[in-house]
Structures are given as C-alpha cells and as structure tokens.
Ligand binder design. Structure first.
Ligand code: IDP
Ligand code: MG
Length: 151
C-alpha cells in the first residue's frame, strides 16, 4: 500500500451544526494522520476553482454558494491508501444513499448539504492540496501509534 495525502473539507453545514469535532475524531480514531488544518471563509474564486470540473452542471452555482456561505475547516490527511479510505468513510455523495456508519450517511440528509468533501483520486488530491494549502502549512511528524497500526 502506498503512503499518500488527501484533501478534506468539512463543509459549512457541518461547521454550523457543531459536528466538526466528531468528524475529525473519526479520522483520528481510525489512525489517520492530520498533517495540515485550518478554518477559512472560502471566496468565490477558490470555490469556483475547486469545483471547476463541475462548471456548466445544474448544481455548480448552488454548490459554490453553499461552500462560500459560512466558514469551512480544510485539512490534509496522510496515510496508506488514505484517498480511498477517506472516500469510504465519507460515503456516497447523496447522504440518502450513503450507508449508515459513513459520515454523510450518519450526519446528512440532502445531497446539497452533504457535510464533507474528500479528494476522489491521486491527481485530484494533488490539485486540491496545492489549491488550498501552501507547502509551509504542511507538517511532517510521526504519530506515536504508527508502529502499532501497521502489520
Ligand atoms: P463528491 O463530493 O462525492 O465527489 P461530486 O459529484 O464531485 O461528489 O459533486 C461535488 C459536490 O457538488 C457534492 O459533494 C455536492 O456538494 C454537490 N452536488 C453534486 N451533485 C449534486 C446535486 O445533484 N444536487 C446538489 N448538489 C450536488
Ligand atoms: Mg467530486
């Protein structure tokens, strides 16, 4: 398994509903390492770049408005196969279809208020990490449980 980084964003609805800690806690308990984290109010330019791949689709404009409506918490997670692992932990895009036990399945009800974003592949992760973070905002360290997570 390859060590990789992924970009995750806790969306405005989850910040407003006070479940940031619970969501981050799930990643921590899974043994996934946080290597960068910040709260920020997203401007239109950043939101449009982030969702650029969806430009022209019906949900593009509402999604840009959603993401810019109130602060988000953005972070970078690092670990083995972490891109896929985080997508699995998030669940399907539509919280109604996401399984119970997933973040979207447990905390969301509507596709337009789906709690969290996570990069969907290696290229997207690279693009999004670059878009949201400067290199000096990313920490390098070992967690004390690392030896006990791996076989
Ligand atoms: P993903 O976040 O699971 O990767 P995408 O298809 O890449 O899903 O869509 C990006 C985001 O756009 C979704 O997380 C959601 O916030 C929003 N979105 C996608 N499809 C719809 C829709 O049909 N209605 C409203 N919002 C949508
Ligand atoms: Mg996506």
């Amino acid at each position: 398994m390859q060590k990789e980084k992924t970009f995750v964003m806790i969306k405005p609805d989850a910040v407003q509903r006070g479940i940031v800690g619970e969501i981050i806690s799930r990643f921590e308990k899974k043994g996934i390492k946080i290597v960068a984290m910040k709260m920020l109010s997203v401007d239109r330019e950043l939101a449009e770049e982030h969702y650029g791949i969806h430009k022209g689709k019906s949900f593009f404009e509402p999604t840009v408005e959603y993401i810019t409506s109130s602060p988000v918490v953005a972070f970078i997670l690092e670990g083995n196969n972490v891109i896929e692992m985080v997508r699995t932990m998030m669940g399907k895009t539509d919280p109604q279809k996401a399984g119970l036990g997933t973040i979207r399945g447990d905390f969301g009800q509507f596709i337009g208020r789906n709690i969290i974003h996570g990069s969907d592949g290696a290229d997207t992760a690279k693009f999004e990490i670059n878009l949201w973070f400067k290199p000096e905002e990313i920490s390098k360290y070992c967690r004390i449980d690392e030896d006990w997570l791996m076989e």
